[in-house]
Design a binder for this molecule. Structure first.
Ligand code: NAX
Length: 331
């Protein structure tokens, strides 16, 4: 049997946490043959509820789950973790702007960065889910300087999966036959869901989505806004933000990062920009990436038309503004 991998979930008593921990314990994140130890962190007001989640994990008798720690102590939570999924934070509620929650989250991510740097495994892979996800990840990177920048990422896989879902619904094809959409930029309404390189597996081989949809008008307007606004649409319908889809996408993100993307397929991840595609270095920006042997690389050489360029730059601009706002919140 393999040695267990220790996974930290912060905000584990929250609604994404509640959906996520059983998925991890069932092997959806790290593989069906990979034992796991789950560390769950939340804050004092949620301590009782967190205990209840631990009781349920015990009651579910997951064969892969070797141990569970439920704690409100950041140091205990971070000790020896190999994968950290940062879901804890101050969530956006209906009608609330992302920017309102910046100050609270900046201070949380600064403190947790130090705890992770001091107590996690040095090669710990970090996924930030909590909003503003890209900027929280950037703060975490800045305050955990000994971590390789490559190990700090944020979740845009949910947006990527939403884009696959919309194409699949439109064409009435199975979502598993659609691939290589890309999410560029911020996990916010300025993100750019790009279908220019996406394809669908058909009986006659792989066909470009642009050819099959044959309705550029829909692809250039409604498709984009539907993906951008999907989070708000879920809040409107559920009176709660996305949870099961967020948890599932977080598993996909770590799964593909650790175990690799299938040949010829890319996924979207928020990663530290190296200047690819003219996106300023020093931002955590969502790019199409492939993963191999535990490392992601940005897909290179995609043709970017004028329409895409403008959208990619607009979301980069928003991230640069969020970055300065975050820095001003630090003082
Ligand atoms: P909940 O409010 O249900 O859960 C958040 C949990 O975090 C709570 O239990 C809270 O006590 C805990 N928490 C607060 N401060 C903490 C701290 N300092 N340390 C540890 N835990 C702390 O929110 P939920 O719906 O689970 O959403 C969690 C986060 O994910 C939110 O920030 C939300 O905006 C973000 N999302 C990000 C998505 C993405 O694709 N990147 C999509 C879904 C989601 O909206």
């Amino acid at each position: 049997e393999k040695d267990p991998i220790t996974v930290l979930v912060t905000g584990a008593a929250g609604q994404i946490g509640y959906a996520l921990v059983p998925m991890i314990a069932r092997g959806a994140m790290l593989g069906l043959d990979q034992p796991v130890i789950i560390h769950m962190l939340d804050i004092e007001p949620a301590a009782e509820s967190l205990k209840g989640v631990k009781m349920e994990l015990i009651d579910a008798a997951f064969p892969l789950l070797k141990d569970v720690v439920a704690t409100t102590n950041v140091v205990e939570a971070c000790k020896g973790v190999n994968v950290a999924v940062m879901v804890g934070g101050f969530p956006r509620k209906e009608g609330m702007e992302r920017k309102d929650v910046m100050t609270k989250n900046v201070s949380i991510y600064k403190a947790q960065a130090s705890a992770l740097e001091q107590h996690a495994a040095p090669d710990c892979k970090v996924l930030v889910v909590a909003n503003p996800a890209n900027t929280n990840a950037l703060i975490l990177k800045e305050f955990a300087p000994s971590f390789p920048a490559k190990n700090i990422t944020c979740l845009t896989r949910l947006d990527h999966n939403r884009a696959l879902g919309q194409i699949s619904e439109k064409l009435n094809v199975h979502v598993g036959d659609v691939k290589n959409v890309a999410i560029w930029g911020n996990h916010s309404s300025t993100q750019y869901p790009d279908v220019n390189h996406a394809t669908v597996k058909t009986a006659a081989g792989e066909k470009p989505v642009r050819e099959l949809v044959a309705n550029d008008q829909w692809l250039n307007t409604e498709f984009i806004t539907t993906v951008q606004q999907r989070g708000a649409a879920i809040i409107k319908a559920r009176k709660l933000s996305s949870a099961l889809s967020a948890a599932s996408s977080a598993c996909d993100h770590i799964h593909d990062w650790v175990l690799g993307t299938p040949k010829g397929t890319w996924v979207s991840m928020g990663v530290y920009s190296d200047g690819s595609y003219g996106i300023p270095a020093g931002l955590i920006y969502s790019f199409p990436v492939t993963c191999e042997k535990g490392e992601w690389s940005i897909v290179q050489g995609l043709k970017i038309d004028e329409f895409s360029r403008a959208k990619m730059d607009a979301t980069a601009k928003e991230l640069a503004e969020e970055k300065s706002l975050a820095y001003s919140c630090l003082n």
